[in-house]
Design a protein around this ligand. Structure first.
Ligand SMILES: O=c1ccn([C@@H]2O[C@H](COP(=O)(O)O)[C@@H](O)[C@H]2O)c(=O)[nH]1
Length: 275
């Protein structure tokens, strides 16, 4: 099954566009886990178990593991998700981008070492930096397009005088992902929930590709506006929230609190699409 088929199936099965982001920060862990980088796997596995029936995808962010020399725990977590929630696709948030030969190694890391179903990529270095990921049949890749952070303006909102119609850079990336770069049909785009007008613009240019939309929750993005701008029946949106769910409680009830917050967010998103 391809990544997009997995997304559509999980969306249907769990009635959800919500993606739980796995950004473990030991300093914010509750109770007995507090400050213990050796318990990253335990913390994340509890969150996965508490929310697996509520989500369209999980999104571990690799930096939160690598910073604590916890890649082995990420490997265990990937295996845990595969075992406990095989129907839920996993997007490895790595934002890689490098020359082709190095990109081949990053693709191998994401898809072979970690067994991810999709990965996030920076398109800044051009098509040959993306191509090695497309050789993995059925695997997905989300290109950074209009990111959720304020600094995204610095480059992404610049006009490209050399391209037909002089699009903004992010509009051009959306066109490439919808068209000429989408060799395996599994490309998607990252667009921040903090910029719903740009999500709408991206949808005008790239109606068919899946969108990964971080920025609801801790970054204050508008969940309802996001869904209105991005949701299409045939092109899934994956709305990611990390800290608001992971740290919904600082107590031993953290997994229950994460589930309640995930339920609340899922309902908010579902009701914005009208069903
Ligand atoms: O434009 C982007 C691209 C990626 N991210 C990542 O998503 C999560 C957001 O975490 P929250 O706690 O829900 O704010 C984090 O892993 C970022 O690296 C993003 O925020 N914006």
């Amino acid at each position: 099954m391809t990544f997009i088929e997995m997304l559509l199936q999980a969306q249907q099965r769990n009635g959800s566009m919500l993606c739980v982001g796995l950004d473990p920060e030991p300093a914010r862990f509750p109770g007995a886990l507090q400050g213990d980088a050796g318990r990253i796997y335990d913390f994340c596995a509890r969150i996965v178990d508490a929310t697996a029936d509520l989500v369209i995808a999980f999104k571990p962010q690799i930096a939160y593991f690598a910073a604590h020399r916890a890649e082995d725990q990420l490997e265990r977590l990937m295996a845990h998700m595969r075992r406990q929630a095989p129907q839920v696709p996993v997007i490895l948030d790595a934002k890689r981008g490098d020359i082709g030969s190095t990109a081949e190694q990053y693709a191998r890391e994401a898809f072979e070492r970690y067994g991810a179903d999709a990965v996030t990529l920076s398109p800044f270095m051009g098509f040959d930096s993306v191509q090695p990921y497309l050789r993995y049949e059925g695997k997905g890749a989300f290109l950074l397009c209009r990111t959720s952070n304020p600094g995204g303006d610095d480059l992404q909102n610049q006009r490209l005088a050399s391209v037909d119609g002089q699009p903004l850079l992010y509009e051009h990336i959306a066109r490439l992902a919808q068209g000429p770069w989408n060799l395996n049909g599994q490309l998607g785009l990252v667009v921040g929930a903090t910029y719903p007008a740009e999500i709408e613009r991206v949808r005008q240019v790239a109606a068919k590709v899946p969108l990964l939309i971080p920025g609801v929750g801790a970054q204050g993005g508008d969940a309802a506006a996001t869904v209105k701008a991005g949701w299409r029946p045939d092109a899934p949106i994956v709305v990611a929230s990390s800290r608001a769910i992971l740290y919904a409680s600082a107590g031993d009830d953290f997994a229950d609190a994460a589930r309640s917050e995930a339920l609340r967010t899922r309902e908010l998103l579902q009701s914005a699409r009208g069903g």
